[in-house]
Design a protein around this ligand. Structure first.
Ligand code: ADP
Length: 314
């Protein structure tokens, strides 16, 4: 089976307990939950049985251990996660506003996550990789951008493939060079996985069809538009395939897009038809929102298939 690699931020997430809770005053918090978009992605891919490994860095603290233990338990290759004693693992504090939007306080660049590098273990992991997945949020510093671009070059040089999820987080977007890096990654991608309005950040068109046509003409193999509870639509040079979402009670949307992407890319790498890859991906995205914490709704393939068959959540 083909091996998938991602590189980027490994974090713990700490969540405000109440909807509408402000971070301007003390309040009850939940967590720590293992997190970081590329970590969620790799954890979900591994849970589905795809060989998958992550390049990143954590501190020599309990938060780092929590992440490594969880990824290992899900079956991921953690050999290229560096542990930096004397640095703290990255954090993301999140609160949900009454209008369902999310507000984050991140500590990524100045945490152990910011020490990401293509070291000997990362080089070894990439030597065995067939596919690299890049998250826009992982392009948070010059150093992180260099790691992502070099992973892409290494994997493409031996005929491998690339997927890209913009995963735009306003709070991280200020990083200098990030906008240019997002375009560079898109230009090298085979699969593009935008969510909602992210499609229009990369196109001059103002309608969905125009943007999809323009982006496909630039060399992508396919575009998968994520549409929240409504599901997703796949586009390639032959046409489009739409797939409805699964009905679930959403308790926390964070991580849905990462789990969806991991499932889609894993099944694309296995040669599944778009409708089949979308079905598994929609199921993984739906399951992700049924639990508080971005990795708490990751389930193995058998549980995902049982959910598809019965509609009952694990
Ligand atoms: P992102 O998390 O990247 O913003 P979406 O919110 O579109 O992306 O969610 C990704 C996928 O997760 C959706 O395409 C869908 O399959 C699934 N999903 C998200 N929210 C729900 C929900 N409330 N009910 C069912 N499925 C959902």
């Amino acid at each position: 089976m083909k091996k998938l690699v991602s590189a980027g931020e490994i974090l713990v997430e700490i969540m405000a307990e109440r909807i509408g809770q402000s971070f301007l005053e003390p309040g009850p918090l939940l967590g720590p939950y293992p997190s970081g978009a590329p970590a969620i992605f790799i954890g979900q891919a591994a849970a589905l049985g795809q060989p998958a490994g992550l390049i990143g860095a954590v501190g020599g603290d309990d938060f780092g251990r929590l992440n490594i233990d969880r990824l290992r338990a899900l079956g991921a290759d953690v050999s290229a996660i560096a542990v930096h004693a004397g640095h703290a693992t990255g954090t993301a504090f999140v609160t949900y506003r009454a209008d369902a939007s999310r507000h984050f306080v991140f500590n990524i660049r100045n945490s152990a996550a910011g020490l990401i590098e293509t070291n000997a273990a990362a080089t070894k992991l990439l030597a065995g990789a067939d596919h690299v997945h890049v998250m826009g949020s992982s392009l948070f510093s010059d150093r992180a951008i260099a790691v992502a671009l070099s992973a892409i070059e290494t994997v493409r040089a031996k005929g491998g493939t690339v997927s890209f999820d913009p995963n735009i987080r306003r709070e991280i977007m200020q990083a200098s060079g990030m906008r240019e890096a997002l375009d560079q990654v898109l230009a090298r991608a085979d699969i593009f996985l935008p969510s909602g309005e992210e499609l229009f950040l990369f196109s001059s068109a103002t309608d969905e069809k125009g943007a999809v046509d323009e982006l496909l003409a630039r060399g992508l193999s396919c575009i998968v538009l994520k549409k929240g509870a409504a599901g997703a639509v796949y586009h390639d040079h032959h046409g489009a395939v739409a797939s409805s979402g699964f009905a679930v009670d959403e308790v926390d949307p964070t991580g849905a897009g990462d789990c969806f992407g991991a499932a889609f890319v894993s099944f694309w790498l296995r040669g599944a038809a778009p409708a089949e890859a979308l079905r598994i991906a929609n199921a993984c995205g739906a399951l992700a929102v049924t639990r508080k914490g971005p990795m708490e709704g990751i389930f193995p393939l058998e549980a995902v298939e049982a959910f598809i068959a019965t509609g009952n959540t694990p």
